[in-house]
Design a protein around this ligand. Structure first.
Ligand SMILES: NC(=O)c1ccc[n+]([C@@H]2O[C@H](COP(=O)([O-])OP(=O)(O)OC[C@H]3O[C@@H](n4cnc5c(N)ncnc54)[C@H](OP(=O)(O)O)[C@@H]3O)[C@@H](O)[C@H]2O)c1
Length: 286
């Protein structure tokens, strides 16, 4: 299976990436419980061939970008995707904030924390319903034209919003929650493939709901010798040629298993059985 993708036409990435959010403390708030271990996980991912890392200003807040920077600078053949456009007054609260001044400040501070001069992919974490989309995206486009952002992405958006956004700025990627056990955004996955845009699946192994995942894989007959998370990731990479998976883990063993999923090939029959699985209802989360 081809696991590479040219993001925005000029940034090559491996479609089996890594999401760094869980390296922060509980609720993705604060410092990593074990900073040295967090750095070791990020560096091991690079050794295993991962070259696409997802983070966000809101994780920590700030500490996640700092740890990614500390572990991976000077980013030799590594692409960092980050997100902004929101605030977290407390661990439980995630609020969109799309005012142009806040967007500009967010990009500048992400650049500083990551130690970069240009962000390869900057994703609007959430659309702020209180601010016209053209104002938020206009600010991002100014930063793109100033060379501080190479490409713009969106997160948790429907097709209608993507189309509205693309009338304002070029959008190369969409990051929505999606996995074998959460197919709510099937239409966005198909839209992204048709339009040659990356679809970056967050919580691609079910967000830690391992039991639901294992039951689903077993119902589809399973795969001898292949773990449920690997089956889920292999299915996702097979789903379209523009899907990108960013599984998150704090475990070196799980990291190795997840990366190895890129080598799992599903037969057509196995793929179809997995695709036809009835969808368990899963609650939405931030
Ligand atoms: N755009 C957005 O709004 C948004 C929202 C949430 C997340 N994200 C991004 O998406 C990334 C991934 O999300 P996620 O962390 O929810 O993804 P996930 O990989 O679906 O879930 C991670 C959970 O699964 C467990 N896990 C991972 N690999 C495993 C394996 N091989 N075997 C057993 N358990 C395994 C992890 O536990 P262990 O640590 O024990 O392995 C962790 O609890 C985040 O890091 C973040 O970058 C984006």
């Amino acid at each position: 299976m081809r696991t590479s993708l040219r993001l925005g036409g000029d940034v090559w990435i491996n479609r089996l990436g890594y999401g760094a959010m869980r390296l922060c403390g509980p609720q993705f708030w604060g410092e990593p419980a074990d900073r040295e271990h967090a750095i070791a996980v990020l560096r091991r991912a690079v050794e295993l061939g991962v070259d696409f890392f997802d983070t966000a200003e809101a994780y920590g807040p700030h500490t996640n970008e700092e740890i990614v920077g500390a572990a991976l600078r000077p980013y030799d053949h590594v692409v960092i995707a980050t997100k902004g456009g929101g605030v977290r007054p407390s661990p439980e609260e995630w609020e969109a904030l799309g005012k142009p001044g806040f967007i500009r400040q967010g990009v500048e501070t992400s650049l500083r924390r990551l130690g970069l001069e240009c962000l390869d992919l900057y994703q609007l974490h959430r659309v702020d319903p209180e601010v016209p989309l053209a104002e938020t995206l206009g600010a991002l486009d100014d930063l793109r034209q100033a060379g501080k952002i190479r490409h713009i992405g969106l997160s948790e958006v429907d097709v209608e919003t993507i189309e509205a956004a693309r009338k304002i700025v070029p959008v190369v990627a969409v990051q929505n929650r999606y996995s074998l056990v959460d197919r709510h955004w099937d239409d966005v996955v198909d839209y992204c493939q048709a339009e040659g845009m990356a679809f970056i699946a967050w919580s691609p192994t079910g967000g830690g709901n391992y039991r639901a995942l294992a039951e689903a894989v077993a119902r589809a007959g399973g795969l001898a010798g292949v773990g449920s998370t690997q089956v889920a990731l292999a299915w996702l990479l097979r789903r379209t040629s523009t899907t990108v998976a960013i599984p998150g883990t704090t475990s070196l063993q799980h990291l190795a298993e997840n990366v190895a999923a890129a080598d799992v090939s599903l037969t057509d029959e196995q793929y179809l059985q997995l695709t036809r699985l009835p969808q368990a209802s899963m609650s939405r989360q931030p």
